[in-house]
Design a binder for this molecule. Structure first.
Ligand SMILES: [Fe+2]
Ligand SMILES: [Fe+2]
Length: 205
């Protein structure tokens, strides 16, 4: 009898905790969906920008776009895993973007990364903190920290392109397979964001 009562009480606690997590994570679930859309679109867009940069003879800018595209796909996958953990689903969507000249594409990329680092992720992180969704905090933070680096890399690339020094840009990047962290040239022994060992980085050349 006693064990039955304990079992019943455990089920009630479990049901209540599941319900309360789902209930409290409402805003974060919507934010994760928005982040999946943003990261998936950025990944597809940067791949298209890389192709355009190659066509225009800006091969070094193309490599940067390819590396960032890979990083954004890692962010999208991380966010999707969190959404799954929260037992939520989202509708299919088609990434929408416009390919212009490489100079304009870099300006657009800087704009996107600036929005994510100054507005979107700080707000999503704050909400995930107040709703206590720890997995979303990890995933949002991985993206937030990486986008700050992308913003700097794109700004530098635009400056070099405008100064006729595109060829002096890095010809190799290393992308962390856990968090998308993007290093120009060699990565350190462990990722500065997620501590992932260098052996698990993806090299883009
Ligand atoms: Fe990203
Ligand atoms: Fe980015």
């Amino acid at each position: 009898m006693k064990s039955r009562i304990i079992l019943f009480a455990s089920i009630v606690v479990l049901l209540f905790s599941t319900f309360s997590v789902a209930k409290n994570a409402t805003k974060t679930v919507e934010n994760i969906k928005a982040a999946i859309k943003g990261e998936t679109t950025a990944s597809a867009k940067y791949a298209a920008y890389a192709k355009k940069a190659k066509e225009e003879g800006n091969s070094k800018v193309a490599i940067l776009f390819e590396a960032a595209s890979k990083a954004e796909s890692i962010h999208a996958n991380n966010h999707r895993a969190v959404l799954e953990q929260l037992d939520a689903k989202m509708d299919d969507f088609k990434p929408e973007y416009t390919v212009k000249t490489t100079k304009e594409n870099l300006e657009d990329a800087i704009k996107g990364e600036t929005y994510e680092t100054s507005t979107m992720y700080p707000s999503f992180l704050k909400t995930a903190q107040s709703e206590n969704v720890s997995l979303a905090l990890i995933s949002f933070n991985y993206a937030f920290q990486t986008e700050k680096k992308h913003q700097a890399l794109y700004k530098n690339a635009l400056e070099q392109l405008n100064n006729g020094k595109e060829k002096s840009l890095p010809s190799k990047y290393m992308v962390c397979s856990t968090c998308g962290n993007t290093y120009d040239g060699e990565a350190p022994a462990r990722c500065g964001i997620s501590m992932t060992p260098k052996e698990r980085f993806i090299t883009i050349t």
